[in-house]
Design a protein around this ligand. Structure first.
Ligand SMILES: [Zn+2]
Ligand SMILES: [Zn+2]
Length: 471
């Protein structure tokens, strides 16, 4: 296993924890976090799922060796609850200070005394401790009595994600090619972009633009998922597509079909564009549908995901990944609405929806249609039998796509490099070019929604709504 660990905390959980740790008395306070454990190629990700606040004087008392301690009874209640749910146990307290924090010698001695026994109760997931200052966190994670790792960083996945480290890190000076944008984002912002792994679902009209923008901005690692090939009708919108990707000029369409000529897959066009923009980029081209479990898994350790495929199944899978794995999503799309009876254009819009884990959800906002979801899940034969023949292509124009794609990437950029104000509201923006206005839409999360509530931060404990794995 890659020997690093990071922690992701939903914004609301972190708000509750902050209010408890940093209340007006300025003293130390205690809590426990139960976290699901996701082993990834980028190290272990701990996903904060449960928060147990220790009541001062009852659960958190003057220590026998250190300043304060969690009572054995509180520890046992929490560790049993974590064990039942298959969660890691993380004891939490705070130290004074703002930007740097570390465990005391007493803290470390108490870990050595206590954690081997807690590991026995947990029987699998790690036990450990976190110590917070206002803008910093350190962690000591015990995988076994012999094997401990330090927490590298924590991400609070609110509207404006916040990254906490044990101490401030000095970023490298941005590469000269990024000089102009680094004047806005700073070396720190550029370093964040270079360290990011971003998923793009759909490499068509909107996705191809998102791919080009992210590659040129200096994102370190892209994972692009699409199982489609270029057609002559989409070369007008897929950036980087060449006429020859559809078929050689000297070959007629009829002969090309007869010869079984294969046009270029859209992911290969995206890869070409990304690598021409930045030869150092790491690019994973996934030639699969998002409901393929192996494709969906590749998104679960990303830092952000762009959803640019307009099927209900893609919405359902990506919405699930957002809330289960605490990964922010930007859905970008366009729509031309045609009046069925008259054939007139009723409305045209570009829309961007920023999904914040636990806060805004495509199910709660009524944007996943159960009937269409079931129709999409049916096999091609079943669909034909259901006379589901919705094959009239929708109108689509590159400029509408560009508004949505640029808006989505802009919002990702400014929240990720920390330029948006923390109290900016996560409203969705829809641009109506015919009527000439932008609409702000309220985001939504229902208290009893399983997707953004019960399954929040469940990670691998709750399987994704994908196709069954073939054995
Ligand atoms: Zn301490
Ligand atoms: Zn929901």
């Amino acid at each position: 296993m890659n020997g690093t660990a990071s922690l992701r905390l939903p914004g609301a959980l972190m708000d509750d924890l902050r209010a408890h740790l940093f209340c007006a008395d300025g003293d130390e306070h205690g809590a426990v976090i139960g976290a699901s454990v996701h082993q990834t190629g980028r190290g272990m990700r701990l996903l904060a799922r449960r928060l147990f606040l220790a009541e001062d004087g009852i659960d958190y008392v003057p220590g026998e060796r250190g300043y304060r301690m969690l009572t054995p009874g509180f520890v046992l209640r929490c560790v049993r609850s974590c064990s039942q749910e298959g969660l890691a146990y993380l004891a939490v307290h705070n130290h004074p200070g703002t930007d740097r924090v570390a465990f005391s010698c007493d803290d470390m001695a108490s870990h050595r005394r206590g954690y081997p026994a807690l590991l026995d109760i947990l029987d699998g997931p790690p036990a450990g401790a976190l110590v917070f200052a206002r803008n910093a966190v350190a962690g000591d994670i015990w995988l076994s009595p012999q094997d401990q790792i330090e927490l590298d960083h924590a991400v609070v996945t609110g509207r404006t994600p916040q990254v906490l480290y044990p101490a401030p890190r000095k970023p490298r000076t941005a590469d000269a090619r990024y000089d102009r944008q680094a004047r806005l984002f700073g070396d720190r912002g550029q370093a964040i972009l270079g360290s990011q792994k971003i998923g793009i679902v759909g490499a068509g009209g909107v996705g191809s633009l998102v791919n080009e923008y992210l590659a040129r901005l200096g994102i370190g690692h892209l994972v692009v998922i699409d199982d489609d090939q270029i057609e002559d009708t989409n070369t007008s919108r897929v950036v980087g597509a060449r006429a020859s990707d559809w078929k050689p000029r000297w070959l007629s369409a009829r002969i090309a079909r007869r010869l079984g000529w294969k046009p270029t897959p859209k992911i290969r066009i995206a890869e070409r564009v990304a690598k021409e923009a930045n030869p150092d980029i790491r690019f994973d081209a996934i030639d699969a549908d998002i409901v393929d479990p192996n494709a969906a898994d590749r998104l679960a350790d990303c830092d952000a995901i762009f959803l640019a495929a307009d099927t209900m199944r893609a919405r359902h899978v990506v919405n699930s990944i957002c809330h289960r794995y605490l990964i922010p999503v930007w859905q970008a799309g366009t729509k031309v609405q045609v009046n069925d009876s008259t054939g007139d254009i009723a409305d045209v819009f570009s829309v961007v929806r920023h999904l914040v884990p636990g806060e805004s959800c495509l199910w709660c906002s009524g944007l996943i249609d159960r009937t269409r979801l079931a129709e999409e899940a049916a096999s091609p034969d079943q669909r034909a039998a259901q006379t589901y023949i919705d094959e009239i292509p929708n109108p689509s124009v590159i400029t509408l796509n560009a508004v949505a794609a640029a808006h989505a990437v802009d919002d990702y950029l400014f929240t990720t490099v920390g330029l948006t104000s923390p109290d900016t509201r996560a409203e969705w923006i829809r641009h109506h070019p015919l009527a000439g206005y932008f609409a702000q839409l309220k985001t939504h999360s229902e208290p009893d929604c399983r997707q953004c509530g019960e399954h929040l931060a469940a990670g691998p404990l709750e399987p994704l709504p994908v196709r069954e794995r073939s054995q």
